[in-house]
Write a protein that binds this ligand. Structure first.
Ligand SMILES: Cc1ncc(COP(=O)(O)O)c(C=O)c1O
Length: 391
């Protein structure tokens, strides 16, 4: 038998304070609820947090990936290298920009993109590399930047998991050519839905601002309330990827709490690590071998299914029955029907991503969790694997 919690512990829960609620209510009452002064203030605070020249707020992390690629001029005939161990959004955005996603395998211990795989995937058509800082741990950026500089490629980092992470003393966001973030409620900070791109290049930022709003330079707020002409020019066939002031009202306060959130996540993760050391049959992901700060977006464990009489999917069901939420981040992208059909990927192409995709599961990790919650999860997982160990 194994312990069952009285109440359900979700995989994740956003931490929203009275400040966020007050700011949203004030925005709702202000007469201006879509893109306007709150979005500008959020961009400015975010930019300052990362100490970067430009921050461009959009409606999601997916939109951030898309406008970053469009603004970089990535399009038909180009190839962009990324990891098979990522969320679909990373590669979908490459396809939506008109380019070809070239997937590579991940590393065994961290599930970050394999640099040797990146080297092997380079062709004359490669335009950009899109590393994904898996679970919040920085990829091997020195090696990736070296490849990019040698081949004149852009590095667009998918830091959906890695806001607040650091690579060798530098914040993720200040390393590559452009970095994208997501503010989905599961992420380090949230705006409900939302995303951001940070970068140094002003012209590229300008093209992203056009791409996010119909190809029009002035926002509706600037034209209606900001003293700019009501007339506008459409400079390119842009999208409608703008963030609302209602969302930014949440983000302004979330960004101020980010370091505290990460400190709390990190403390809980260390407790998980200590507890899981004695669980035979489950291993947590390991550390990258260089100086870094982990953002601890996800707590990912790997089941040693060879030694158990249940698989990962059964374990997830048993966890749910024990009132513990869990997830899978991620099924390998090259195994997805669209990527197999459109780009010819096959089982066996990326063995490390496939192996992980069958064995990994994410456990609850969010700032409002208690140490007792961690102990509950460890006790339940420990009891489950003990009950199902074959030898
Ligand atoms: C690695 C990665 N990239 C991009 C995204 C897309 O972010 P959003 O959900 O904000 O569009 C996600 C979302 O989960 C993600 O995990």
């Amino acid at each position: 038998m194994y312990p069952i919690r009285k109440d359900f512990l979700p995989l994740s829960r956003p931490t929203i304070g009275e400040e966020e609620i007050r700011e949203v209510v004030e925005t709702l009452r202000s007469g201006w609820i879509t893109t306007g002064p709150k979005v500008a203030a959020f961009e400015e605070r975010f930019r300052r947090y990362l100490d970067m020249p430009h921050a461009v707020a959009v409606s999601s992390g997916t939109a951030a990936l898309h406008v970053a690629l469009l603004g970089a001029g990535v399009g038909p005939g180009d190839e962009v290298i990324t990891s098979s161990m990522t969320f679909a959004a990373t590669a979908n955005a490459i396809v939506l920009a008109g380019a070809r996603p070239v997937l590579v395998d991940c590393e065994r211990i961290t599930l970050n993109i394999d640099v040797a795989g990146v080297n092997r995937a380079l062709t004359k058509k490669t335009k950009a590399i899109m590393p994904v800082h898996f679970a919040g741990q920085p990829c091997a950026m020195d090696e990736i930047m070296e490849i990019a500089r040698r081949r004149h490629l852009l590095v667009i980092e998918d830091a959906a998991h890695a806001l607040g992470a650091e690579y060798k003393g530098r914040k993720i966001g200040a390393v590559g050519d452009a970095t994208i973030y997501s503010f989905h409620p599961i992420k380090s900070i949230t705006t409900g839905e939302g995303g951001m791109v940070v970068l140094r290049d002003g012209d590229w930022a300008d093209r992203m601002r056009l791409a996010r709003f119909h190809g029009i330079r002035t926002s509706a707020w600037e034209r209606q309330a900001g003293g700019k002409s009501p007339l506008y020019a459409v400079e390119l066939p842009g999208l409608k990827y703008t963030m609302m002031d209602i969302q930014a009202a949440i983000g302004i306060h979330q960004v101020a709490k980010l370091d505290d959130f990460i400190a709390r996540r990190s403390m809980l993760a260390q407790r998980y690590r200590k507890k899981f050391k004695s669980i035979d049959g489950v291993k947590l992901l390991g550390d990258v071998p260089y100086a870094h700060k982990h953002a601890w977006h996800l707590l990912v464990a790997e089941l040693d299914s060879d030694r158990l009489d249940i698989g990962r999917d059964e374990l997830l069901e048993l966890l749910r029955a024990s009132n513990i939420g869990a997830g899978v981040h991620f099924p390998a992208l090259h195994m997805q029907p669209y990527y197999q059909k459109a780009f010819g990927y096959r089982p066996g192409d990326f063995p490390r991503a496939e192996r992980a995709a069958e064995r990994i599961f994410s456990l609850p990790l969010f700032p409002a969790m208690t140490e007792t919650d961690v102990d509950d999860v460890a006790a339940t997982v420990g009891a489950l694997v003990t009950e199902h160990r074959r030898f």
